[in-house]
Structures are given as structure tokens and as C-alpha cells.
Design a protein around this ligand. Sequence first.
Ligand SMILES: O=C(O)CCC(=O)C(=O)O
Length: 390
Amino acid sequence: MTQNPGYSLPVERVNELSREQFRKDYLAHSRPVVVTGGVREWPALKRWELETLTERLQDRTVEIASTAKGIFSYDLESPRAKYEYMAFSDAAALVAQGQRDAQYYIMQLSIEHYFSELRDDILRLDLLSGEACSPHFWLGGADLVTPLHWDNLHNLYGQVRGRKRFTLFAPAEHDNLYPYPATALYGHMSYANPEASEQWPKLRDAERFECILAPGDLLFLPAFWWHHVRSLELAISVNFWWVPGLSGCFVPAFLRTLRMAYRRERLTGLGAPVSTFPGGPIGAARSALRNGQTSFAMLFAASALEKTIRARCYAVGIDDWEDATPRPIEVLDAELAACGAYPPDLDRARLGSWTHAINRVVDGDSETALSVAEATTIVDEIRMFVTDMH
Ligand SMILES: O=C(O)CCC(=O)C(=O)O
């Protein structure tokens, strides 16, 4: 393995983090952070040895991925990873020993779905509040690699056994990271290997952040951040994903990446890439509403807002905001207003109420989530706003 990291910074580390600090200093800015010992109280840290898990789970059917070279691509069309179902005890034996011609990885299985009896070994994270998210389970041998990609979800990733090295790049580094074409179904992946920068020279221009997660550590990996992960020994992890609120999306550096995400059929389950929907993001929002998918509808509506406001920015001579530092919506809103990017008669209170509603629904707070009828009203208002602004 060649280490040629260009320039590399450690991911910020803290020993303690209150929910308020997390939201204010990291979540609002989509900035990664490791909380050392952040999950050390989880009973899983004491209970999850491979042998004890095997005793508890025995014949439970699990999905397991295998590859010849230990590189686990998310591109299911890639010949590199094969998926099969087998009893947990057989899967655990394969993970522990590997085979001469294959390595095995149990990846991101829903704990609720596959092993509900393990639920009590994981404590709810204090950093989460209303977010709708459930834990996912990872078990793999040493030296397995998840190649460079991003997800459209925020992620709190807890390490239970073994260590993993995470290499992260901010969304704004996109152009240096050899992404798959935006039109590819797996447009969230990169061709590049950050462990072989000499083969991917632009990687050396990208600022990378690295951390090693040890048992008990917790990483906040913001949505749209590129990540490459290597296990340093047999490793067990549990992570929580959730849909970012609008404040996590409606920031310039993410939106370029988000636009690519809209082209992916899998993101929506709408049956076709969103780019093919008549009416662009608003058309996609309406289709999502017909399926009752209010959170996707809100994200597409947010994208329509962004597209329009960006066009206004260019119109008034602001052309650098795509690469600006991610910042909360209120800050961005004030900046855009100050530079005249909005039409003078824009009802900014109304704009604020849409973003508030969008945040409520995408934050997944089920008690206050929008009904489809309310979401439809908002999408219609945004459609009118977008049309008027052009
Ligand atoms: O742990 C891994 O191998 C990959 C983790 C990952 O890609 C994620 O949590 O999004």
C-alpha cells in the first residue's frame, strides 16, 4: 500500500460533545468530528466478541458481500463484489478466516431488521434528537476497503471492535476526486484510490482529513463528504444515517453534488432517474408527493429554490458562491439578501417558513412532520416562486 496523501489534516477530535455544541459547531456547518470514547458506554463493547455473537445469532440469515481483493464497491454492477445469503455462524467464520480467493464483509445490515435482539446493546446517541434513524451493523476482517464515495445522509459512526481508518474529503473537492460521471447510476462514487495518489495526481491538490476510529470512538461524517474506509483489523461497527435538514443541504458546496444525486433512481425509488422528470426538480417533487415521499419532495423543492437563487446570483454578478464554505441557511439567506440576489419584493418571511417546513420534514421529526397536503402546498408555492424569479 502506498501512502502519498498530498496534504492531510487530522479530523478534529473532542473528548466530550453536548447535543447543543454538536448542532451548533458541527452539524450546522457539516463539519466532521470524532468524539473519542463517544460510544464507550454501549453494552456492545463488552458483549460483542465474534464467538458470543455467533452463539447468540447462530442460524440467522444474513447478507454477506465477498470480493477477491477486499475492495467493497457500492457499484452493484461492478464485478468486484458478490452478495449472498447464509447463516450468521457461517458468515462469521468466513469473515474471521477469509478464504484464499475471497474476503468477506457483512455490510450495513439494519439491526432492527436482521438482529433485533442486539438492539439493547446499542444506546441511543445523545447527539441525536428528533432524527428518524436506526442502527446498521458492519462486521469484516482486517484490510477491507470501502472505496471513495459520498452519501446523501448524515452519519454517526460508532466503532465497537477493531480499528478503521477513514479518509475524508469535503464536497467542494469534487473536481479533484475523479468522480464517476454525473449521469452514472452510481454517480456518488470516485474512480480514485486515495491510498495511491501517484496514480491520481489531482488528489494531491485536495485537502484530505484522516482519523483512525478505535473501539468506543464515534465519528460524525456529514452528508456529501467523500469517504474511503479501511479496516485495520477485524472490525465491528454500528452507524446511524439520517436525512440532512435543509440547513445541511442548502449550502452551495453541497448542491452541486446533490444535483448529481437527483439523477440516481435509487435515491427516490420513483422508478426513473429524476433528471428524466418533466418539470425538473419541481416535477420530481410532485412525483415524490404522489408516492407520499414528503422528505424527497422537500429536497427536490429545495433544489429548485437553489437553482433559481443561483441563477439570480449570476445575474447580479456573484459567481463564486458555489465554492463558498458551507454555512447555515440563515447566514446564507442574509448574505444573498445583502448582495441583491433576491428580487426586492420577495417575501423573505415566506421563504423562511418554507425552509423551516422543509427542515421539519427532512429532519424526520414524525410528530411534527408535514402531511402530504401541507407539503403539496409548499411545493406549489415554491413552483410559483421559481417561475416568478425567472
Ligand atoms: O465502514 C465501512 O467500510 C464503510 C462505511 C461507510 O461507507 C458509511 O458508513 O457510509
